[in-house]
Design a protein around this ligand. Sequence first.
Ligand SMILES: [Mg+2]
Length: 240
Amino acid sequence: MSTPDAVAVLDMDGVLLTLPLDTDGLRAAAELELRGAGMTRQLRPFMQPLEASLLELATRAPERADALRARIWGLIDAEERRAAELARPIPGARAMLDRLQSAMPVALYTNNDEQAARRALTVVGVDPTRFFAVQARTQPRSLKPSPTPLQTILDAAGPGVRRLYFVGDHPWDMQSAVQAQRSLRQVGRADVTVIGVALLRSRWSAEILGREGASFVARDHAEVADWVLADRARGDASSA
Ligand SMILES: [Mg+2]
């Protein structure tokens, strides 16, 4: 597997494990902090509008924005560290990971802080070193649906990769795949196909996930592995 032609990238929360994150509490705290800086904002979804608000504030009051950014992201980091200790496994996730990894290298792409993500994986018994690359929230500007982390993973995988499967449970995951495909084309790498594979959870419908770019919507983890392995095999057959 030293020169892979396909890689799988997994989202963490909702795909490999669940985190009891108090997102509503974080949202309320962040909205309060922004209101203190004269900005009334509804942070729903959470991280992208938060980041946009902080960037907007930075154009008016850079020092204030820096302090506010540090405070709010500090709250988020702390909540993620707390939730990581309480991470719960998802039935079927481990078997899916094992099957995917028997066929291709697997990486992780999460919006969570890297340390918290590694801790959460360890808590549910998944060794983080199983992933050949971990793209986490090292900087807020590369949050999903930024295409950059998937491109970084692709670079780490080596030049032979022709298919990248990104398995996620959120519309942003699917948008990340679409955007990564678009930016690869722009840099002349149309030889790589980025494929969004959605895992259907309770929150988003198959229709929405499909509209946001999922090539396949799986009802469970076994279906994810079935589909990815079959698609990979079809690719092998057509290029033989
Ligand atoms: Mg998720």
